[in-house]
Design a protein around this ligand. Structure first.
Ligand code: 5BU
Length: 237
């Protein structure tokens, strides 16, 4: 996995609304990331071709594509949302995520819709202000994941769900990471890259505006990659 081979635990959230800009930035930032996170439904001109080009870029730079669709329905519906419909997510995404709120049927449905060797992240909590998540919900999310280890490989979370001293096969991917800001105007909360890796025990940082809104996205991505990887190595020692 690129995470180890090319020393990057940076996931770039390319939240741009035109295919051309999205693909262009994915290609520029691609060498520095292990994963590219998309919201296909915010792209005004998304077509099958966008997905095909994205796959080409992901292969060229060896990163995984994570569609942040946040599924949250019954198994039978999520199969159709994931496989059919306009975006046919299962035909191009390597990783998807879901809220465990509806119960394990959502995991079984998504497993049916996605190809072999793809993976699911369960959302254990979120980065936004005054959300309704709590410790019990996170524990139940972990227990649900443990029953589906062939498909659920990790969590979206602001912190590790188990004690750092315990062996843990799950990857923690964490949004709400910035070097510049603590909040935005709509309730997003940010932690520093160092804090989420060393203090909170997360593995991969998801960064959007910190890269694509910066004056120099390439330099910002390189900077985040360096800080995140050093923090990760320090923690693993
Ligand atoms: P930002 O620009 O770095 O704030 O973008 C963060 C991205 O992560 C954005 O695509 C959100 O939809 C996504 N996100 C988040 O910010 N917080 C969460 O708890 C989850 C996803 Br789950």
């Amino acid at each position: 996995m690129k995470l180890w081979k090319e020393k990057t635990n940076l996931c770039f959230s390319v939240d741009l609304i035109y295919s051309k800009e999205l693909l262009n930035l994915a290609n520029i930032i691609g060498p520095y990331i292990c994963c590219l996170k998309t919201h296909s439904d915010i792209v005004k001109d998304w077509t099958k071709n966008t997905a095909e080009e994205l796959i080409k870029i992901s292969k060229k730079h060896n990163f995984l594509i994570f569609e942040d669709r946040k599924f949250a329905d019954i198994g039978n519906t999520v199969i159709k949302q994931c496989r059919d419909g306009y975006f046919s997510i299962s035909s191009w995404a390597n990783i998807i995520n879901a809220h465990p709120l509806p119960g394990p049927g959502i995991i079984n449905g998504l497993k049916e819709a996605m190809p072999n060797n793809s993976g699911l992240l369960l959302i254990a909590n979120m980065s936004s202000n005054d959300n309704l998540f709590n410790q019990i919900y996170a524990e139940k999310t972990l227990n649900m994941a443990l029953k589906h280890t062939d498909f659920v490989f990790g969590f979206i979370s602001q912190n590790r769900l188990r004690d750092l001293s315990e062996p843990d096969p799950h990857i923690i991917m964490t949004p709400g990471v910035s070097l510049e800001n603590n909040t935005d105007t709509l309730g997003q909360n940010y932690n520093s890259p160092n804090d989420i890796i060393t203090k909170r025990g997360c593995d991969i940082a998801i960064i959007g505006r910190g890269i694509y809104e910066s004056d120099n996205p390439l330099e910002s991505a390189q900077k985040y990659r360096k800080i995140l990887w050093s923090a990760y190595e320090a923690r693993l020692k």
